[in-house]
Design a protein around this ligand. Structure first.
Ligand code: ADQ
Length: 409
């Protein structure tokens, strides 16, 4: 979008929804929420959305946090707060804002609980973003489309193959872009003649007229209001919902909510050109310096195809010259692999050290016994899993060792 055409965003505010747990990422989200997880070296998932917002000129933002917000809060305060004007990046944690142990009971409830603050600042439009997707987008373009359509609610829409559409809100639109039906995660996805073989789905990115949103939040009682289940169906019924179709046929947009998707998307950033702009990286701490080192190693991997072979450096007492093989695998910040390790389709959790000679990803039964293995074959390895395996092997070996000692005594 050319500068002269950019909409005035001085009365536009953003709410970034960052409270979801991301339970399908299992142990990775046991201590930090999904938006705080590392992605592409030292970055975190949330950085993609924040970088989009910053590039789009959205300068005032509430971040609605809830599940395990500590790492996320630290990251936002140390990395992002200085890029917003003083007091313009505001963390609003659910239990603190609502005064209830439950916190925000739904995505729209997170906006409802912060509504008074937004209304007191003369906000006209609200941009609502999810904090856990990987993509590049100019939200100013969407705000301009929202204004041009005259609708009270605008939903960013992409298309996906029909067999994946049940994970999303599925929309049908008129040619002019008005949304005529919205089904939140339907078990059966109706065929859409507008996009043969595919389905139009909500990306969970919205622009609302704030007064209109406030009025519908008043109609829907309780503190569990959800955009997909409550607000959008109502907006469609009222004829107030418009679709903003993302540009291009192959728009890069990834929900990295499962171990398979999280691993695959990071591989897309390791090979050749990044599929979308990478957020800037600033190594602000020792932890991030280590992560940056990991990233350098990953970039070296690009030189290889069909797998990566590293000649192990002299580490501790290990013999040099043993090859470490990484195939379609991701080392998260601070992870280390010792010489002689072979990893296939493996995610090594942050700070985890894989001991010398271990082979992971080649024997599904063995992987499932010690680690977390998905049906698709992604294996997650964490420090406690390796410790359990080591303890168990110790138990198996000990009696044998004792009896030998007994014989020789
Ligand atoms: N209580 C809470 N407080 C604060 N933040 C919270 C929250 N619960 C969830 N969030 C955050 O809100 C965003 C959306 O999370 P949801 O789990 O509700 O959406 P889901 O992805 O299932 O569907 C939605 O997003 C997909 C696109 O991914 C759409 O297709 C679908 O219609 C839409 O409902 C995430 O960033 C999450 O972290």
């Amino acid at each position: 979008m050319r500068d002269a055409q950019r909409p005035d965003l001085s009365a536009t505010f953003t709410v970034l929804l960052a409270g979801g747990r991301g339970s399908r990422l299992h142990e990775l989200t046991s201590r930090e929420c999904k938006p705080a997880l590392p992605f592409a070296g030292p970055r975190r998932i949330v950085d993609f959305t924040l970088a989009n917002a910053a590039r789009s000129g959205l300068t005032r933002m509430i971040v609605a946090t809830q599940y395990r917000p500590e790492t996320l809060a630290h990251h936002l305060e140390s990395r992002w707060a200085s890029r917003f004007a003083e007091g313009s990046l505001r963390l609003r944690e659910g239990t603190a804002v609502t005064g209830t142990p439950q916190g925000y009971g739904g995505t729209a409830a997170a906006v409802a609980a912060n509504l008074a603050e937004l209304q007191s600042e003369g906000v006209r439009e609200l941009v609502v973003l999810a904090a856990d997707h990987i993509y590049e987008m100019d939200y100013a373009d969407m705000v301009a489309a929202h204004r041009a359509s005259g609708a009270s609610a605008t939903v960013a829409v992409d298309t996906v193959p029909c067999d994946r559409a049940s994970e999303f809100g599925v929309v049908r639109t008129t040619e002019a872009g008005r949304i005529e039906s919205f089904l939140e995660k339907p078990a059966v996805v109706p065929a859409d003649p507008a996009v043969p073989g595919r389905a139009q789905v909500s990306m969970g990115i919205y622009v609302f007229d704030l007064d209109w949103l406030a009025s519908v939040l008043r109609i829907i009682p309780g503190n569990t209001q959800d955009f997909g289940h409550d607000i959008l169906p109502l907006a469609v019924a009222l004829g107030e919902a418009h679709a903003y179709r993302v540009p291009g046929d192959n728009f890069y947009w990834r929900d990295v909510g499962t171990l398979d998707a999280y691993r695959r998307a990071q591989l897309e950033f390791q090979t050749g050109d990044a599929p979308c702009a990478l957020p800037p990286r600033i190594a602000a701490s020792e932890h991030e310096m280590k992560a940056a080192t990991g990233e350098l190693i990953q970039f070296a991997f690009r030189m290889q195809t069909g797998g990566i072979a590293l000649q192990a450096p002299r580490l501790g007492g290990d013999r040099p010259g043993r090859w470490t093989m990484l195939d379609e695998s991701v080392l998260l910040p601070g992870a280390r692999v010792a010489p002689g390790v072979r990893l296939t389709r493996t995610i090594v959790a942050p700070g985890t050290s894989v001991p010398a000679g271990l082979v992971i990803g080649e024997d599904p039964d063995e992987d499932a016994r010690w680690f977390r293995r998905t049906e698709e074959g992604t294996v997650l390895v964490t420090t406690p899993m390796l410790a359990r395996r080591a303890a168990d092997r110790g138990r198996l070996v000990a009696p044998f060792a004792d009896s030998r000692m007994g014989r020789s005594a």
